[in-house]
Design a protein around this ligand. Sequence first.
Ligand SMILES: Cc1cc2nc3c(=O)[nH]c(=O)nc-3n(C[C@H](O)[C@H](O)[C@H](O)COP(=O)(O)OP(=O)(O)OC[C@H]3O[C@@H](n4cnc5c(N)ncnc54)[C@H](O)[C@@H]3O)c2cc1C
Length: 285
Amino acid sequence: MRDIIIIGHGPAGVSAAIYAARAGANVLLAGKDFGALGKTAEIENFYGHPSPVSGAALGEAGLAQARRLGVEVVQAEALDLRRDGFFTLKTDMGNFESHAAVFATGAGRVTPKIDGLAEFEGRGVSYCAVCDGFFYRGKDVAVLGSGKYALNEASDLLPVVKSVTVLTNGRESVGFPPGVKIFNETVASIRGEKRVGSVELSDGTTLTVSGLFVAEGVAGSTELARKIGAVIENGSIKVAEDKQTNVPGLFAAGDCAGGLKQIAKAVYEGMIAGIEAAKFAKQFS
Ligand SMILES: Cc1cc2nc3c(=O)[nH]c(=O)nc-3n(C[C@H](O)[C@H](O)[C@H](O)COP(=O)(O)OP(=O)(O)OC[C@H]3O[C@@H](n4cnc5c(N)ncnc54)[C@H](O)[C@@H]3O)c2cc1C
């Protein structure tokens, strides 16, 4: 059991880890890649860099600094975070437990541009199997995605629904359990009357489904937040001044918490989340 698990290797996550570790907490820092920071070729507005610095270089330096302070850094894809007295983070590298947790997962993803998808959100299009799967018990559903996160969502749905069809939308897929049907064509449109009724593929195939669970790529901030019941407002995780969400012991910082999308702001919020998460975890030691 760790004191704190932080999800995200970007500036917010690394800053939270540095401050939490220096406050004496035992910290696990899990992340997939460098997120938005990794897409930044030249940064020339961040303190202490007279020449432009790349996001990757800044990210590597941040991780090295965190490791030097005793932070355990793991490269892992977060699939789910649950709280049952303590937090359990499910990743593709195994499960990890902690007393407090920090989302530093970057900005929410952009919804895939598929005809009918946005229109049926909340009316058959869902972004969380564990939240909404129950509403589709005994029904045929589809999962849009091809990676480990889609596998996680399909596995959560299988025991509940009548059938799960995975739509890879033209992408290469991971192995899915037997019983899951897979279609590799791109998705042309989502159709229905008041709710989702079918999905049309680019080759003209029509699949009759009652629900479509969107799980493309890596689980984003809002997907992970929804699963644990953290409030989302205008696409960002809602936090109080101390960066705590409505879930006790769960904090959020950086782009995922809304506001200005800048490194300096992510570092600042990470600092607060790290300090406050360390205070929260201390009550259990
Ligand atoms: C092209 C571009 C240029 C930019 N230029 C500048 C600039 O010049 N100056 C500036 O100040 N800002 C700039 N920004 C903005 C800046 O990069 C972000 O504001 C900053 O990186 C936010 O930090 P963050 O830690 O909140 O999120 P991110 O840097 O996005 O980090 C998010 C972290 O969460 C991880 N993550 C997310 N989901 C999962 C999951 N399911 N499992 C595991 N890990 C996960 C990611 O892998 C990543 O490690 C730019 C952004 C872009 C895209």
